[in-house]
Write a protein that binds this ligand. Sequence first.
Ligand code: FAD
Ligand code: EPU
Length: 337
Amino acid sequence: MLKTESNKSLKSLNTFGVDVRAKHFVCIRKPDDLVKISTSKVWTSKRMFLGGGSNVLFLKDFDGLLIQNALKGISIIDEDEKHVYLKIMSGENWHQLVMHCVAKGWGGIENLALIPGTAGAAPIQNIGAYGVELKDIFHSLEALDLETFKLHTIEQKECDFGYRKSRFKTEWKERFFIQSICLKLSKKPVLKMHYGAIKDALAPLQTPGITDLCRAVIKIRKSKLPDPAYLGNAGSFFKNPIIDSNTLKQLLEIYPEIPHYPAENNKFKLAAAWLIDQIGLKGVRSGDTGTFEKQALVIVNYGHAKGSQIWQFANRIMDSVESVFGIRLQPEVSIIA
Ligand code: FAD
Ligand code: EPU
């Protein structure tokens, strides 16, 4: 029997630790559960899926049906000499998946260690870290169309992946439930270690492997990012801005040291953390919220901040950065109003 709850506290289900409630709540453990719930009286047009709650900010109580995803299972669906194709049910924990693959010697995923959340949320923003994005190992996914309740297989090219972007965040927003993903991993991994801190960490090793790289990523991340178990946060609150070459040229005239990196379509990526840091907003506290002392791009909840207070603080950052640099930061986190 599928158990639904009313007025469910979401405090422990979002990594900001914001104390809000969902009008109706259900946890799904099998694909059939979703079909069942869709015919029940709690099914409404206001609904939302929740994985690990590590990329959401609730501004107030959620006045609808919140569906927590706990679909589990990892299986090999194909393999050859070079590759393994893994099907992962969407409620699997992402970091545990990475550790499982690394232990098996399947490479390509190791740079993405310690990213919180579920496998099913990974395609939503095309998660990325340390020179790798999900799209680099993504093969396809299975998604349930919430209008027709038909299961579709969606290939890589249809997903329109970009930096912190996919079709699931734009035209397909809220249309599908991602049921499983399929990753193509390498049995003969080539390490991606061009990211400065990783190169430095692996330099003393003669023949580093994916386990070494994974370990280095975990160590770097632990030194920079707060652990949500102790300090509420959702990782980078904003996306790094993408600008064109003219805008970069103008900024370089005033700020010759501004960090910038080549991005898609001959554009450039700036470091939002640097912009926030430069205007003196790193490690700044406002009530129970503020920017993390070691990483200006991470907004934290010191304990009892409301979602609306965190959002107000985020707006202060956006306004301040815009008034100095002429660039409006865009939230990476999904704002649930
Ligand atoms: P949730 O927060 O639960 O959901 C996010 C959105 O996806 C919501 O809109 C939700 O409705 C939707 N959604 C979730 N699952 C499904 C599904 N199965 N079907 C349809 N829609 C769904 N991100 C990076 O890219 N790189 C990083 O390095 C990184 N570091 C982080 C570090 C920390 C400390 C934290 C707290 C977060 C970090 N993040 C990072 C952000 C976050 O971990 C990722 O975005 C992650 O993929 C979110 O997964 P989740 O299961 O928690 O998603
Ligand atoms: N910097 C500052 N001040 C700070 C922090 C950083 O000036 O307080 C400067 C650094 O010196 C560096 C630059 O900003 O020149 C970039 O910093 P960092 O390498 O820490 O990476 P980031 O751009 O802040 C991005 C992702 C992270 C990802 C890391 C590693 C985004 C929005 N964030 O952070 O992803 O883990 O790179 O690849 O793209 C997330 O999405 O939630 C997330 C944590």
